[in-house]
Design a protein around this ligand. Structure first.
Ligand code: PLP
Length: 211
């Protein structure tokens, strides 16, 4: 693995979807402790089969009927994309008497992405969420546009960083903004340039050393 990635250990969520426990353990032995999955069922299986000091994140779309399965297991949910989902997370977290950390997924790429809040509604959603005292809003998650134009990708990541900073200004008890989740294998360098502090990396982390 690239030295650069080893040095970014605390900023990397290794997205281990479709990877085996053996593959996860190779990275675990290199010191990585934050792993993410995009499907609940796979998350449950991987979490059950790996050491307990791994921190699990959910990075993919979460259906409301699966929320109860991940509360208490997931340290951070990156993909909250509706107010109804927030309501459900609050309800299940209250039942278990715990506080769940979440990021709001924001659709900044202006593609026909199915998921994510519009940029403009995010501050209001956060304010509206003030009633949820079993949720802690930690920041936002952005998926870069699927294009070759680096400038276009960087623009989206900077837009996300700007929104992240505006969210930081919101002072309310269940808001503690410190996480900007942006960057995947193909665009993480651009995301870092735009001040992402949490990269979601799959492909590049599991790639066998080529040189
Ligand atoms: C799969 C996935 C990733 C990682 O993608 P790579 O291109 O393999 O790095 C990151 N974020 C989300 C939401 C994903 O589903």
């Amino acid at each position: 693995m690239k030295k650069e990635l080893l040095e970014l250990k605390d900023k990397i969520v290794i997205v281990s979807k479709n990877r085996s426990v053996e593959e996860i353990m190779e990275l675990y032995h290199q010191g990585f402790r934050i792993f993410g999955e995009n499907r609940v069922q796979e998350l449950l299986v991987k979490a059950a089969g790996t050491p307990k000091d791994i921190t699990w994140h959910l990075v993919g779309h979460l259906q409301r009927n699966k929320v109860s399965k991940v509360i208490g297991l997931c340290t951070l949910i990156h993909s909250v994309d509706s107010f109804k989902l927030l309501e459900k997370i609050e309800k299940e977290s209250k039942k278990q008497n715990i506080i769940t950390n979440v990021l709001l997924q924001v659709n900044l790429a202006l593609e026909d992405s199915k998921f994510g809040f519009e940029e403009i509604e995010v501050p209001d959603i956060i304010k509206k969420a003030v009633v949820f005292n079993h949720i802690l809003i930690r920041g936002i998650m952005v998926i870069g546009p699927n294009v070759d134009d680096e400038k276009a990708i960087l623009d989206v990541f900077y837009k996300g960083y700007d929104l992240y900073n505006r969210c930081k200004e919101i002072k309310q008890p269940n808001v503690c903004i410190n996480t900007y989740s942006a960057g995947m294998s193909s665009d993480y360098k651009l995301a870092l340039k735009a001040n992402s502090n949490l990269l979601r990396l799959g492909t590049i982390m599991f790639a066998k050393e080529s040189a």
